[in-house]
Design a protein around this ligand. Structure first.
Ligand code: SF4
Length: 209
């Protein structure tokens, strides 16, 4: 029986970061189970419930094992919503091994952690995010779902510093969503929205995990 501190995990694997500014960088992914939201477009539904209970040591061992044949410098803790669980021990343990930590969050939860890179992806209908991310987010990512409106992008541009890029992430790379992302991007250009970026899911284009 695993002893605490334990976390519920959905999968641990090595790949490239397929989204955002870190696109294409070798990354070890720790996908945790559970989420406080239930988005209609969620493409990781398998991680919303259940999961395997593992100790921090077990997660570290698996991550370091993967690192032997795929020596990535970055670990991305994702989900689900990773901040539904107390990941402080995991973050510290990974950092003690010299790994850099990215956390992908929907932004509704915040914990004080020694994270190197927060990717904040606010979700409809409110697109709420904790105020701590205004300074701490390295990038903002909006899934271009049917709900996403231009006003949401305008508000985000006003809320976050100009240095923080806002990514338009087509929903599962679907054509209608790519078309909508391009339309929103052009509107952003017309209205002077700075640091707006067009994104994609590179791992899906390559057909990898
Ligand atoms: S916040 Fe993310 S993981 Fe949670 S339901 Fe929405 S898309 Fe899925």
């Amino acid at each position: 029986m695993p002893q605490p501190p334990t976390l519920k995990t959905a999968e641990i694997f090595a790949s490239i970061q397929g989204e955002g500014l870190r696109l294409g960088e070798a990354t070890l992914f720790i996908r945790l189970s559970g989420c406080n939201l239930d988005c209609s477009f969620c493409d990781t539904r398998f991680a919303l419930k259940g999961g395997v209970t593992q100790t921090t040591t077990e997660i570290l061992e698996k991550t370091l094992y993967l690192c032997r044949s795929f020596p990535a410098e970055w670990v991305c803790i994702t989900g689900g919503e990773p901040l539904c669980q107390d990941i402080s021990n995991l973050v510290k343990t990974l950092k003690d091994r010299g790994l850099k930590i990215q956390v992908e969050t929907n932004g509704t939860l915040y914990r004080t952690l020694a994270v190197d890179w927060y990717t904040v992806s606010p979700k409809p209908p409110e697109y709420f995010f904790k105020p701590e991310y205004v300074e701490q987010a390295r990038e903002i990512k909006f899934v271009v779902s049917s709900e996403l409106e231009f006003s949401v992008l305008k508000k985000a541009r006003a809320d976050f510093p100009l240095k923080t890029p806002i990514f338009l992430q087509p929903q599962s790379n679907l054509k209608w969503s790519r078309d909508k992302a391009w339309t929103l991007y052009k509107q952003g250009m017309k209205e002077g929205l700075k640091n707006l970026r067009l994104g994609c899911q590179l791992h899906k284009i390559y057909g990898i995990r």
